[in-house]
Ligand binder design. Structure first.
Ligand code: NAD
Length: 278
C-alpha cells in the first residue's frame, strides 16, 4: 500500500515531475500546477541538464512557481505523495526502485521499456501503486475499449483497416498506438496480429482477405496524432476516429492517473483501470 506521509498540506496531492525540462515534463508542470487539488512539490532532471537550478514554472513557460528543478528524485520524493515520470527507460526503472523504497505512488509515461525493465517495474509494484501506460490519452484508451466491443460484435463480417497519421518528424511506423489497436482487434477476433497484419499495399495485391487487418500510415506536416479504425462491411461502414490535437491530452491523462494512484493499493495498473473500463 502506498503511504503518503510526506510533509505536505492536507488534502493536496503533491507531485514530483521527473524529466521536468522535457517536452512532456514541461506540459506536466503546467497541468499539475493548474489543478486545484494538486501541487508541483518537486521537479527533477538528469544531473547536468542546463535547466537544473531553474524554476520549473519558468522552464514550462508559465512563470515562477517556486519549485527549483533539482537532480535528486530521492530528495523530491521526501516531500511528495507521488511522481510522474516521462523520461527514458533506464532512469525510469531506477526511479521505480526509489519510489518503492519510499513507498510513493508512481505514474510512468515513458515508452520503450524492454521486457526485463518491465519486469523490474512489475516487481516494484508489489509494494506501491504504479500506473504505466504508453499512451495516457483518456480518449485513446476509451477507443481501445470501443474497438474491442466493435470487433466482438462484428466478428468476421467486416474488413478492418487502421489508418494513422502523424507529423513529419515521427521516425517509426506504424505508431505504437496503431499497433496496440491491432493487437486489441486481433485478440477480440481470435487472430494473431503477426499473421494477419498487412502493412501498406502496392501493385497487384490480389483480392482482400477478410481476416487480414490493414495498416496505412501517413506522415505529413505537423499532425499531432490521428487514428481511424474502419470496419467496412457490405452496405455499411463504421469508422472510429481519435484525433490528438496537442500533447496536453497525455498530460491530462497522467494527472488523472496520479490522482487515482495515490489512493490505490500496491499493484501495476494502466489507463483502463483509471477510466473504469477494466
Ligand atoms: P524529452 O526528451 O523531451 O524529455 C525527456 C526528459 O527526461 C529530458 O528532459 C531528459 O533530460 C529527462 N531525463 C533523462 N534522464 C533523466 C533522469 N535520469 N532523471 C530525470 N530526468 C531525466 O521526451 P518527451 O517527448 O517528453 O517524452 C518522454 C517519454 O515519454 C518518452 O519515452 C516518450 O515516448 C513518452 N511519451 C509517452 C506518452 C504517453 O502518453 N505515455 C506521451 C508522450 C510521450
Amino acid at each position: 500500500m502506498t503511504v503518503p506521509s510526506k510533509e505536505s498540506e492536507a488534502d493536496t496531492i503533491s507531485v514530483a515531475i521527473v524529466g521536468a525540462a522535457g517536452r512532456m515534463g514541461r506540459m506536466l508542470v503546467h497541468a499539475v500546477h493548474a489543478e486545484a487539488d494538486m501541487s508541483v512539490s518537486a521537479a527533477v532532471e538528469r544531473e547536468g541538464d542546463p535547466l537544473v537550478g531553474v524554476d520549473a514554472g519558468t522552464a514550462a513557460g508559465i512563470g515562477e512557481i517556486g519549485v527549483t528543478i533539482g537532480s535528486s528524485l530521492e530528495r523530491a520524493l521526501a516531500v511528495s505523495d507521488a511522481c510522474i515520470d516521462f523520461t527514458l527507460p533506464e532512469p525510469t526503472v531506477d526511479h521505480a526502485g526509489m519510489c518503492r523504497a519510499q513507498r510513493r505512488a508512481m505514474v510512468i509515461g515513458t515508452t520503450g521499456l524492454s521486457r526485463d525493465q518491465l519486469a523490474v517495474v512489475k516487481e516494484a509494484a508489489s509494494d506501491i501503486a504504479i500506473v504505466h501506460a504508453p499512451n495516457m490519452s483518456v480518449g485513446v484508451n476509451l477507443c481501445f475499449k470501443l474497438l474491442d466491443v466493435a470487433a466482438r460484435a462484428l466478428g468476421d463480417s467486416v474488413d478492418i483497416e487502421i489508418i494513422e497519421a502523424h507529423h513529419r518528424n515521427k521516425v517509426d511506423a506504424p505508431s505504437g498506438t496503431a499497433v496496440r489497436m491491432g493487437e486489441i482487434l486481433a485478440g477480440a477476433l481470435d487472430r494473431n496480429l503477426a499473421d494477419c497484419a498487412v502493412y501498406g499495399r502496392e501493385g497487384h495485391t490480389g483480392v482482400r482477405d477478410r481476416k487480414t487487418i490493414g495498416f496505412e500510415t501517413i506522415r505529413a506536416g505537423d499532425i499531432v496524432s490521428e487514428h481511424t479504425v474502419m470496419f467496412a462491411g457490405d452496405g455499411e461502414r463504421i469508422e472510429l476516429t481519435h484525433r490528438g490535437t496537442s500533447r496536453a491530452n497525455f498530460a491530462a491523462g497522467a494527472v488523472r492517473a496520479v490522482r487515482w494512484a495515490v489512493s490505490q493499493p500496491s499493484g501495476l495498473y494502466d489507463m483502463q483501470d483509471i477510466i473504469g473500463l477494466r
